[in-house]
Design a protein around this ligand. Structure first.
Ligand SMILES: [Zn+2]
Length: 114
């Protein structure tokens, strides 16, 4: 369990942060809420979910955490309606992630030409 305010971890039997009184959340929940747009960079957009999943798997294989966001809500200013699925990585991983994505894409192009 983690306090979302203090970002401190507690044992499971603790329900409320002893420091600030904030309700503790599970680690998964905390990490899910940790997606601050400023920490994450969109490295790829696609309309195909399988493609996003494929890149995510490849990035994970290289030790890079990534997130897939399916932006379908209308409140979000969409850049091109078709590219609704976004692949995000942490800022620090941007360069490596782009390299991997470009590598996969260039191999794909070669295959298509044959
Ligand atoms: Zn706290």
């Amino acid at each position: 369990m983690i306090c979302p305010k203090c970002e401190l971890e507690f044992i499971d039997s603790v329900a409320v942060c002893p420091d600030c009184g904030e309700k503790l959340v599970s680690k998964e929940e905390f990490e899910g809420n940790l997606v601050h747009p400023s920490d994450w960079v969109v490295v790829y957009t696609t309309s195909e979910n399988y493609e996003a999943e494929m890149f995510k798997a490849n990035l994970l294989g290289a030790g890079i955490d990534s997130l897939i966001l399916g932006q379908k809500d209308r409140n979000y200013p969409a850049v091109g309606d078709l590219a609704v699925i976004k692949l995000l990585v942490k800022k620090d991983d941007t360069e490596n992630a782009l390299e991997i994505i470009n590598d996969i894409n260039s191999r794909k192009d070669i295959n298509n030409e044959e």
